[in-house]
Design a protein around this ligand. Structure first.
Ligand SMILES: Nc1ncnc2c1ncn2[C@@H]1O[C@H](COP(=O)(O)OP(=O)(O)OP(=O)(O)O)[C@@H](O)[C@H]1O
Ligand SMILES: [Mg+2]
Length: 299
């Protein structure tokens, strides 16, 4: 496909409307008493109940090993929780292969290391985000024009339309991460997950990538759950911070309420006492309790 063909197809992309989340007040996703114990390991996530709402950018914070990746992997059931249930708006409890397939198809995931296929073009990588809408045999043939238009629209959205036909191993790290976001967008996701998406990027590129994720979250009205190690970025970009320590939620509230004391509690688990645990309701349409663990309940 040539560059002029790329642009001709894109001219029709606006017709492919992005499905939006229905009831803004209801959580898009709810983890109900979800816990995770890895085989042969200790408990990585204690039973946790937490809601994620449309249009809300949540930063997951916590020291290494606190359980951030485990929580993210429980949301899209890459980890099958040891206990508890994941509920998704429009699907219900994620039980059985059909519900799991549906949930995974509409959950966009952005990885730290991009997980792109280097020898393929940006466009073909983004098209892999469409495969969940087709049978597995479909990957043997070119995807329909509608999928191509959606993929091109996603590349345009992340500012990389001019790189559509470029091999991704010739792109910079920041550009590759934007291709990764475009691939997630091509799924037309109802929820966006990102596990340390800016860990390997320079500060300016990191801010650009987080701006993009926040814009997607707000414009499409979907929840974004993003694990970060940079507190300044979490405070700058997130609406809400959920901090974990030793597999337990120790803070859940608006980003600007995550102060020095909350930070100390989250990053010094060994000195954590119930009194140090802070819990505040997120502001705005997400007000009300959204998260609890047994530790909090007993505090
Ligand atoms: N596949 C696994 N098998 C066994 N234990 C695991 C596995 N993955 C993670 N763990 C353990 O679960 C706990 C939580 O790990 P997790 O990767 O969720 O932490 P994290 O907060 O994402 O850390 P980091 O900031 O380093 O990425 C850790 O004690 C870790 O050793
Ligand atoms: Mg991790």
């Amino acid at each position: 496909m040539g560059g002029s063909c790329v642009r001709a197809m894109l001219g029709r992309v606006k017709r492919d409307a992005h499905p939006t989340v229905g009831d803004a007040a209801a959580p898009v996703i709810r983890l109900d008493g979800v816990s995770m114990r890895y085989p042969g390991g200790s408990v990585a996530l204690h039973p946790t109940t937490v809601d994620f709402h449309g249009g809300q950018f949540t930063a997951l914070l916590g020291a290494s090993g606190a359980g951030k990746s485990t929580l993210i992997r429980c949301i899209n059931l890459l980890n099958s929780p040891s206990e508890g249930t994941v509920h998704v708006s429009g699907i219900g409890p994620i039980i059985g292969p059909r519900a799991l397939l549906h949930h995974r198809r509409q959950t966009g995931v952005v990885f730290q290391q991009h997980q792109l296929i280097g020898r393929l073009s940006a466009l073909r990588n983004v098209l892999t985000g469409r495969l969940g809408y087709h049978g597995s045999w479909r990957s043997l043939w070119p995807l329909p024009a509608r999928d191509q238009r959606i993929a091109l629209g996603c590349l345009e959205r992340v500012g990389l339309l001019d790189k559509a036909l470029e091999r991704v191993d010739r792109l910079s790290g920041g550009q590759q991460q934007r291709v990764g976001i475009a691939r997630a967008l091509a799924q037309q996701p109802q929820i966006m997950l990102a596990d340390e998406p800016v860990a390997s990027l320079d500060p300016a590129t990191a801010r650009r990538v987080l701006t993009l994720l926040r814009d997607v979250c707000r414009q499409d009205g979907i929840p974004a759950v993003v694990s970060l190690h940079q507190l300044d970025l979490a405070r700058a970009f997130a609406d809400r911070i959920v901090a974990l320590a030793e597999g337990k939620v120790v803070f859940d509230g608006p980003a600007d309420a995550f102060g020095e004391a909350e930070q100390a509690a989250a990053y010094a688990a060994s000195t954590l006492t119930p009194a140090a645990v802070t819990r505040r309701s997120p502001a705005g349409p997400l007000s009300g309790p959204t998260c609890s663990t047994p530790m909090e309940n007993s505090a």
